[in-house]
Structure formats: C-alpha cells, structure tokens
Design a protein. Structure first.
Length: 309
C-alpha cells in the first residue's frame, strides 16, 4: 500500500500512512503467573515477546539445559539462556503476526512444559511478557503468592480505570468530543480550519481539523472499502517531536471501534492547550491512529496555532 500526503499549510499537515509504519514500542508489558495443568487437554500456553526485549520464564525447579529447546530460533532470537530456574528469550526483531515458535522446557525432575512463543496480542488488552512465573503445583506457597499478586494488580488496574471513567464523565473535553463524533459541531466552540479527503486501496478517510479557545480538535471519518476483512481500532496517541515516547493527554470518542466492509465510523479527539505546552512554550503535536495489526493508519499533525485565545 502507498502512503498519501498533503502539503503543509499554515495550520496543519495531514498524512495518511497505511501499513508501512508500525506502532511505537510503548506497548503494555506484564509480569504474570501461569498455573499449568497436567491434563492431556491442556492447551499450549502462549508467551508474548517483542523484538530486543528480554522475556524471563521462571519455574519452581531447576531447568535441564540439555532438554530445553526453542525450535527454529536461529535468525529470530539471541541464543536462549537456560540456567537455574530460568529461561531467557530475546527476539532479534519483532515476530511476524503469524509467526509461532515452539518452546519445550524440561525441568530437572523430567516435567515438560510446552509453549508457543508469539508476538504481543493485538487486542486493546494485549501485552509483552517481561516475566512469566510458571507453576505446576497450584497449592504451593509461591504459586498462591504469585497468583495473589496478580489479583491485586488487576484490582488496582480496575480501580484506576474506574477513576478514569469517572473523570471522563465530568470532563468538558470528553463532552466536546462526544458532540463532534455525533456530528453536532455547532454545539461546540470549535471552528473548522481544514478538511481533506484521502483514499487508499482499503480505506476512504476524511480528516477535519478545528481550532478552539484554548483547545484544538480533529475529526476523522473512516470507511472500510475492503471486501473481506473488518477494520478494528487499536489505539490513538498524541505526541510531540521532543517527547515522542510520551503520550500527551487528550479526550477521545468514537462512533464504533470495528468497521465491517462498507461501514463508516468517526473518531473525535480534543486536546487542551496544556497538552501543547513544553518548557519552550507551545509545540506542535502529532495525532496517530493505529489499527488492530499494530500499524499506523492515520497521522494528523496539529499545529499549535490551532489554539485560539
């Protein structure tokens, strides 16, 4: 697929980048517990890895290096490290979406564990494994303690998500984003500054950029023209050139997260002036929309001059 671009105006540069650009390496990482079963119908457990990130598997007993194998690792991984109770994996690059690398770990007592090493899950709750604590004895002290720590972490994440949702309910920016995505621009303080239509093989895209008093906004309309597969939203990011790995705060509302062939949907983003602030003053920001496969679909460069007094 090709990349389409528009020339810079005084206010904003609009750019569509299709599957050629992968998402930034800021995906979620996890330390988690795997409670294994010796039942013959036990499904093979997945281990999620990312390029040049070390993933540690930690077991209850020492591993047998002679009988622990990562099949077909050459050219994809650094040589696997097996020592004591740990196995360390480090991919040389991100694995392909469909790549699966079998891992067989044998403990000193002959217990065997089979895993599939694969790229991070692409759902919104996906992750890269930093450490996986593997237990066969579910009742052991370490297994119970590890599972308890996992539960406490999930509880904390749920509390933080609930608090975030409560704040959004009272957020003016989220209210404005809701109005924009519902097509009620006239009820907002925003003024349309530029609009552009984009077309590639799979998607029709319309981008409209708004200026506002102390705020800026963007409205993106996507139409899936592909005949076979749905388009799915993964994430949005708002960054600056000075801090490309740090997402600036913004409000987002979308009409729908999945577009079946022939279907359209809108995504609205509102950013407050504070998101544009830096030590040097106001800076330009880049709004990125990523699709399910982790590739960037749309890039909208928001000029700081969109912020009206």
């Amino acid at each position: 697929m090709r990349a389409l671009s528009f020339f810079r105006s005084a206010l904003v540069l609009l750019l569509l980048t299709s599957v050629a650009v992968a998402r930034e390496p800021d995906a979620k990482t996890e330390i988690r517990t795997l409670l294994m079963s010796d039942h013959p119908d036990q499904a093979t457990s997945n281990i999620y890895v990312s390029g040049q990130v070390s993933t540690v598997l930690r077991f209850e007993q020492e591993c047998d290096p002679a009988r622990t194998r990562l099949l077909g690792w050459e050219g994809k991984f650094e040589p696997p490290l097996v020592g004591g109770k740990k196995v360390v994996l480090e991919p040389l690059r991100d694995l392909g979406e469909d790549e699966r690398v079998p891992l067989l770990v044998t403990l000193a007592d002959g217990t065997e564990f089979a895993f599939l090493v694969r790229p991070p899950r692409r759902e919104t709750w996906g992750w890269t494994d930093l450490q996986v604590n593997v237990f066969k004895d579910h009742e052991s002290y370490n297994a119970v303690l590890s599972a308890l720590n996992d539960s406490r972490k999930r509880e904390l994440e749920l509390r933080e998500e609930l608090e975030r949702l409560k704040k959004e309910e009272n957020s003016v920016d989220h209210a404005f984003a809701t109005l924009l995505v519902n097509g009620q621009v006239e009820k907002t303080p925003f003024r349309s500054e530029q609009a552009a239509m984009l077309k590639d093989g799979d998607m029709d895209i319309m981008v409209e950029v708004f200026s506002g008093p102390g705020k800026a906004a963007a409205l993106i309309r996507l139409t899936n023209t592909y005949n076979d597969e749905p388009w799915r939203f993964m994430q949005a990011r708002l960054t600056s050139d000075s801090t490309p790995q740090t997402t600036r705060p913004f409000a987002l509302r979308m009409e729908r997260a999945e577009l079946v062939p022939g279907q359209s949907g809108r995504i609205a983003v509102v950013a407050d002036k504070s998101a544009f602030m830096s030590k040097e003053g106001l800076v330009d920001l880049a709004l990125e929309i990523y699709r399910e496969d982790g590739n960037r679909q749309v890039l909208v460069n928001l000029d700081h001059s969109l912020i009206r007094k």
